[in-house]
Design a protein around this ligand. Structure first.
Ligand SMILES: [Zn+2]
Length: 312
């Protein structure tokens, strides 16, 4: 990222989502701290099983979707009593915060890059946003939903458009040629448009504590683990200004990494996300992981963050 060639070190990291245990070599830059996979596998698809999470559509309960819509409308100034009441007892979807920061409106043109089959933008459509497009080169074919949401099987290099807001929800770290990706994101945004990149962050407590067992390295699917320094380089080289950084890590950084340290893969029967009752953690431990993550986020040391960029 920063072209530094001095005093860089490498680490061998095992594939642990599926527990294949194959090793992959990552380079850690001594200057900007970015971690980079040195040799991308010839057949990356092998490391994305059919059950890979972004291809699953989560169930939408009808009542839940109606209530959610009311809540989101309240957050964006649409007066309604149900939304107001809900806002007192439940948190609005995470994206409300991003949209507010980036002045997204009901008719803004929104692009989700690396969206799987479009689960997130479908929810946004249900909540009232009207102009939603997604791209993902790994889906089977284009999907045009009845509600108007369009998801195309394409790479960032192969689409045109004029978007107000583009988001990458944990997809940027899977992409090769980050400078070229950034230049294309710049091309696809309207002047003054906003870009949100949500990624794991290597300049974090979890990387320092767990090293090669840090769950978010996710070898060999994550090609780059950035730091605020490496993102700053990417931003300035491609015509963006960093407007804000918000840390949003959660307990996963602890329970996932603790599992990897003990050789328990993410998909193992004892994995917390497979069956909490069979996991090695007590409820108290999980609660403590959550609390510690909140504290780390406040100190800008959580292991994932939202980078808000503004097209200059
Ligand atoms: Zn560097």
């Amino acid at each position: 990222m920063c072209t530094n060639a001095d005093a860089n070190i490498t680490h061998m990291v095992r594939e642990m989502m599926f527990g294949l245990c194959e090793e992959f070599e990552y380079l850690e830059c001594s200057r900007c701290g970015c971690l980079q996979l040195l040799q991308i596998p010839e057949d990356p698809a092998k490391y994305y099983g059919e059950q890979y999470y972004s291809y699953k559509k989560s169930p939408h309960g009808v009542l839940k979707s109606i209530l959610r819509r009311r809540l989101v409308q309240h957050v964006f100034g649409g007066k309604n009593l149900i939304g107001m009441a809900l806002s007192r007892c439940t948190a609005a979807p995470d994206y409300c915060d991003w949209f507010k920061k980036c002045s997204v409106e009901w008719d803004s043109a929104i692009l989700d890059v690396g969206c799987g089959i479009g689960d997130r933008i479908l929810k946004m459509r249900n909540d009232g946003f009207r102009d939603l497009t997604g791209i993902d080169p790994y889906i089977e074919r284009d999907i045009i939903y009845d509600c108007g949401v369009k998801v195309y099987k394409r790479h960032i290099y192969d689409i045109d458009g004029d978007f107000d807001f583009i988001m990458l929800n944990h997809s940027f770290e899977h992409m090769d040629y980050p400078f070229a990706v950034m230049k294309n994101l710049h091309r696809l945004l309207k002047p003054g448009g906003h870009l949100l990149i949500r990624i794991p962050v290597a300049a974090s407590y979890a990387w320092r504590k767990y090293g090669v067992h840090w769950v978010q390295i996710d070898a060999p699917r994550h090609l780059f683990l950035h730091t605020p320094q490496s993102i700053a380089i990417l931003a300035s080289e491609s015509g963006f200004k960093i407007a804000d950084v918000k840390y949003d890590s959660y307990g996963f950084q602890f329970w996932g990494s603790e599992q990897y340290k003990r050789g328990i893969s993410l998909t193992d029967q004892r994995s917390y996300c497979v069956d909490p009752r069979k996991s090695i953690f007590s409820k108290e431990q999980i609660k403590a992981f959550r609390a510690k993550s909140t504290a780390l986020n406040a100190n800008k040391e959580g292991d994932s963050a939202c980078f808000f960029l503004h097209k200059t």
